[in-house]
Design a binder for this molecule. Structure first.
Ligand SMILES: [Ca+2]
Length: 335
């Protein structure tokens, strides 16, 4: 009788185990659900930024040219409040570009240019504003973030193809996806926490040309004949490389030479004019004079959004949320 009870117990255990194995094996046999790029996680889901981004703290800064070296377009100098945001330490590299580009073209994205770079570790160039914005969306989708750019004001259709002149209401500004810096964000980042300097480093007197040399940045006088690897020169006070020189960097804003005199220029987190013909790029490149590398530089700083060139790239930003100072989202400091 006792033996029968044990046998019954063994049979039950074997049956239950078998059933469990069948269920779990069946579950394993189902192929993993393909990530649906069209339904990323909801807006605002906290995702720590990549290790090659730094936090630019919230606060006001002086935007524009305190030396009057850049004609009227950089005047008047005006205060702008900018919320905290993350920005890439260096321009987006060709390697980064290709990685996302290959994923994107396999997931419904269509670009006008393939992008180019001199070698591994060099910045990407020959990318239009449209290409860059689509690429940033693809990077977001690839990482499960909510894309920033849409083809409609209700923000229903992710921008993946064609040439669309995205307007401010077609951008999920508070999404956790990658986007271009605004012109104000870019200049604040370039200044590296310093005020009233010509370049991302401290000035030593004299005009702009007395404050730059080939130990500081890649520009035409150095005769490099091309881009230099990102991070070749010293970082600014925020830990950012190549904010002066190497490649120009596309930003969000439409160009308006008289914008700084308009009321919208001083509104908090200004995103520039509502429309225009050209999109701004900043910081100068390897073919440019020292004047174009100034932090406030707006002299040769605009191109049609379909334009691409051998000295024009970009870098990505991520919003840091309304509180910005959330330490949990900050990359760990290296010791
Ligand atoms: Ca640059």
């Amino acid at each position: 009788m006792k033996i029968h009870r044990i046998n019954a117990l063994v049979i039950i255990v074997v049956l239950v185990t078998g059933l469990w194995l069948m269920i779990t094996t069946a579950a394993w046999a189902v192929p993993p659900v393909a990530s649906n790029a069209k339904e990323p996680m909801p807006s605002g889901t906290p995702v720590p930024p990549t290790s090659n981004m730094v936090l630019i703290p919230a606060g006001e800064f002086s935007m524009g040219d305190p030396y009057s070296e850049g004609y009227g377009t950089e005047l008047p100098v005006h205060k702008v409040y900018v919320s905290a945001f993350y920005i890439e330490k260096h321009p987006t590299t060709g390697t980064q570009w290709k990685d996302v580009y290959d994923w994107a073209t396999a997931h419904g994205y269509v670009f006008d240019n393939t992008g180019a770079a001199k070698a591994d570790g060099h910045p990407v160039h020959d990318v239009s504003w449209y290409d860059v914005v689509k690429w940033l969306n693809a990077r977001s989708e690839k990482e499960g973030r909510t894309p920033a750019y849409y083809t409609d004001a209700v923000q229903a259709t992710v921008y993946r193809t064609e040439k669309t002149d995205i307007t401010k209401d077609m951008v999920k500004w508070t999404s956790n996806g990658y986007r271009l810096p605004t012109e104000a964000e870019w200049e604040k980042a370039a200044r590296g926490g310093l005020a009233g300097q010509h370049y991302p480093w401290p000035s030593r007197g004299g005009t702009y040309s007395a404050n730059i040399d080939c130990s500081k940045a890649n520009y035409v006088a150095c005769g490099k004949g091309g881009t230099t690897p990102v991070g070749t020169y010293n970082a600014n006070g925020y830990g950012l490389y190549d904010m002066a020189g190497n490649v120009w960097e596309w930003v969000w804003d439409w160009y308006d030479g008289g914008w700084y005199s308009k009321a919208g220029a001083t509104s908090g987190d200004t995103r520039g004019p509502d429309s225009g013909s050209y999109r701004i790029n900043r910081g100068g490149g390897w073919t440019d004079d020292a004047n174009d590398l100034r932090c406030s530089g707006r002299v040769n700083c605009y191109d049609y959004p379909y334009f691409s060139d051998f000295d024009l790239g970009f870098r990505a930003v991520l919003g840091a949320g309304p509180k910005g100072a959330d330490r949990r989202n900050q990359p760990k400091k290296r010791r």
